[in-house]
Design a protein around this ligand. Structure first.
Ligand SMILES: Nc1ncnc2c1ncn2[C@@H]1O[C@H](COP(=O)(O)OP(=O)(O)OP(=O)(O)O)[C@@H](O)[C@H]1O
Length: 235
């Protein structure tokens, strides 16, 4: 079955304790919008880490873009990671770079000419409501402002997959709706979106979204829609 992300019987165990995640089997369709929800400690962040290749599973198979990534050679990891935008729960901004330069980073790494990156970075700053804060450094920004810089940095390179861990945890409901609209717009352009959130109000805001629910380390998928998606969505 074709999917941009495929998990098959994936389990994750930290150390020698019980499995944190067990028997995860699901397929994400290219161009889909997915929410990952579940109680605190259910394993949402752990699942996302395996998805963006910062954590190997203890068992099972993971394929991204049709390729097995569990046995991937280290040298090939950066090539895969470039195709995935990540909004980390703790932002991971570079403190000595301005908001502008943090957001420009993926474009600079991709070799985009300096003249060509000013407009997209400024547009992205405006999108997340930080046009006036372009030269501010992360330590001088509020939590919500840092979160918005992190989101702008994750989406500016138009990644094929966007993974966001609680991306609206530090902003008010109005800004949360605006950020979700940004994800929706990116989704319309073809990016597959995976958003982990506690916030059940967010879930109803994207009409086409699928909801994946984690509980005690297992994915609740009563309809089987995740394991056997009806078809890829086209926009
Ligand atoms: N690096 C690690 N080493 C050991 N245990 C870990 C590690 N990371 C997470 N855990 C444990 O795995 C479980 C799931 O954590 P995880 O952060 O994935 O949950 P979560 O659903 O994202 O929670 P939250 O919504 O509170 O962020 C927790 O019991 C946590 O203590």
């Amino acid at each position: 079955m074709s999917g941009i992300v495929q998990f098959e019987n994936v389990g994750l165990r930290y150390g020698t304790g019980a499995e944190t995640l067990s028997d995860l089997s699901f397929t994400l369709a290219p161009g889909g919008f997915y929410f990952l929800t579940g109680p605190s400690g259910a394993g949402k962040t752990s699942l996302l880490k395996m998805l963006y290749l910062s954590q190997r599973p203890s068992r099972g198979a993971i394929r991204l873009f049709g390729e097995d990534v569990v046995q991937l050679r280290r040298a090939r990891l950066p090539g895969f990671r470039r195709r995935i935008g990540v909004v980390f729960q703790d932002f991971r901004l570079i403190p000595h770079l301005s908001a502008f330069d943090n957001i420009a980073l993926p474009l600079r790494i991709a070799g985009v000419d300096e003249r060509d990156l000013v407009t997209p970075v400024r547009e992205m700053l405006a999108w997340v409501g930080l046009a006036e804060r372009a030269s501010a450094h992360p330590p001088t920004l509020s939590g919500g402002e840092q979160q918005r810089v992190a989101i702008a940095r994750a989406v500016i390179g138009r990644p094929e997959i966007l993974v966001a861990d609680e991306p609206t945890g530090n902003v008010d409901p109005e800004m949360a709706a605006r950020l979700l609209h940004l994800f929706d717009a990116l989704n319309t352009l073809g990016t597959t979106i995976v958003v982990a959130t506690h916030d059940i109000h967010l879930l109803s805001r994207v009409a086409s979204a699928n909801v994946m629910r984690l509980d005690r380390g297992q994915l609740q998928d009563p309809t089987g829609a995740l394991r056997y998606p009806p078809r890829a969505e086209h926009h």
